[in-house]
Write a protein that binds this ligand. Sequence first.
Ligand code: HEM
Length: 290
Amino acid sequence: MAQIFAAHSDTPPALLRLLFHDCFIQGCDASILLDDSNESTNRSAEKLAIPNQTLKGFDKVEKIKEELEKACPGVVSCADILVLATRDGIVLAGGPFYPVFTGRRDSNQSYFQEAMDDIPKPDGNITQTLGLFTLRGFNERETVSLLGGHSIGKISCEFIQGRLFNFSGTGQPDPSIASDFLDEMRRNCQDSGNSSNGTASPPMVSRAMSELTLGMTYYQGLSSSVSSGSAFDTHYYQSLLQGRGLLFSDQQLMAEEKTERLVRAYASDDGSTFQIDFARSMMKMRPSVS
Ligand code: HEM
C-alpha cells in the first residue's frame, strides 16, 4: 500500500469509498468487484448500479491481488484485501489505525438492485440517511463518524450542481449553503445546464469537468481557523457548522438536533474524538450478512 500511495496519493479515498459501497450491500464480501451478472437472476452486476458507477480503485485491488497470488496463491480473498488495503490507506492518509479480522470469503453473488436502492444518495435527507445506516446496525453517532470519511478525497460537480443552481426544481440554490461558499462553489462548478433538480443524478448525466477536493475546499474556506496537518481532523465537521458542506446529505447532518450535536462534538477538539469513533465504526463494517 505504501508503494501504491507514494505513486497515487488519491488511492486511500478511492478505496475507502469502494469498501463502504461493498460493505453496505450484503457485507464486506467483495461483491462490488464482480463483473459478471448473476446468471440465475438475469440482473446486472452490482458495480454497474448508478451509485457505483463513479467508484475508483478497482485497479489497485487487482494489483495487490496479483502480487499476493504470486507469493501465496489462493489464500487471501479480495474481500480481505479491500479491508486491509483501505485500513492501511487510511493510516497513510493521516487517519486512525484499527485492527481488523481476516478470513472473509469472496461472494460469487452480485446485488445490483440492492445497490440501486440502498446506497445512500447525495440528495438524501437526514431521515433517509439515518434510516439506511440504521438498517445496517449503525447508530447515529456511528453514522455521523462514518460520514467523516468525506474528510478525504474528491467530489465531482455533478453531485453538487443541483444544489448550486436549481435546488429541488426551485431555480434557486439550496438555502442551507452559506452565501460566500455558494459563490466559491459556483466558481468551481459551473452550471452544466443539465443538472438535475437536486434529486439523484440521472444515469446519463455526464461526469462534469471539474471536481472539488474535499479537504482542499474545506481548507481554503477555513484557512484561518483550521490548523493544517492530517486530513482526518475536524475540518469536515467545522465546515458543516459553517454551512459549507459539499453534498446535501453532508449538510443535512446539521438538520436534526441529535446529529448536529455530534457534529459540534467532533468539531470541538483536536480531531481525536472523531478519529476514535471513526475507527470503531469502521470495525463494525460486517464481513457478510449470512
Ligand atoms: C449519506 C451517505 C453518503 C453519500 C450520499 C455519499 C456520496 C458520495 C458522493 C456522491 C461522492 C462523490 C463521488 C464522485 O465524485 O465520484 C462521495 C465520495 C466519497 N465518499 Fe461518500 N457518501 C456517503 C457516505 C460515505 C461513507 C460512510 C464513506 C466512508 C466511510 C464515504 C467515503 C467517501 C470518500 C472517501 C469519497 C471520495 C472518493 C474519492 O475521492 O475517490 N462516503 N461520496
